[in-house]
Design a protein around this ligand. Structure first.
Ligand code: HEC
Length: 137
């Protein structure tokens, strides 16, 4: 009897395995997860803004080596700019177009941002977009 039930279990397991064959490609894909909430995006973006050294040149309120985050966002909102496209190297600078300054920022796009995912870039953009809510004057 044990042998029979063992055989049945084996058959069931085996047929499951056969079923899975057709979904093999999907199994290998990155597991799905829900979109990050707005707050999680801001949190992660803020963190990446430090980790990727952006903060060393861009303070929230004051101009440093680069324009302040608030200044950047004022212009991006006015001109309906796309931060993600700029950080991917797909859009021209619109804040400071002095070539020496543009070159400094371009080095970051080619350096620190190399290999970053689109999702991570989006979190940085979301953080920048909400920086004035987080740091009211
Ligand atoms: C070594 C200094 C430096 C670092 C580090 C740096 N930036 Fe910049 N950034 C600049 C300078 C200088 C400009 C002004 C030139 C320009 O506008 O392109 C600038 C401009 C920008 C702009 C406006 C671009 C435009 O449209 O003119 C954005 C957005 C930006 N930086 C985001 C970032 C992010 C995000 C990081 C981190 C991954 C970062 N920066 C790291 C120096 C820096």
């Amino acid at each position: 009897m044990r042998l029979v039930s063992f055989f049945i279990v084996f058959l069931v397991l085996y047929s499951c395995k056969m079923d899975k064959k057709s979904t093999k490609v999907i199994d290998k894909a990155i597991p799905q997860r829900a979109e990050l909430s707005r707050d999680s995006q801001i949190f992660l973006g803020n963190r990446l803004f430090s980790e990727k050294t952006c903060i060393t040149c861009h303070e929230v309120n004051k101009e440093k080596t680069g324009p302040s985050v608030k200044e950047i966002m004022k212009i991006y909102k006015e001109k309906n700019g796309d931060i993600v496209a700029f950080l991917k190297g797909n859009a021209k600078p619109i804040v400071d177009t002095t070539s020496s300054q543009v070159a400094i920022m371009q080095a970051n796009i080619d350096g620190f941002l190399k290999g970053i995912s689109d999702e991570e870039l989006k979190t940085i953009a979301t953080y920048m977009l909400h920086v004035d809510e987080l740091n009211p004057d």
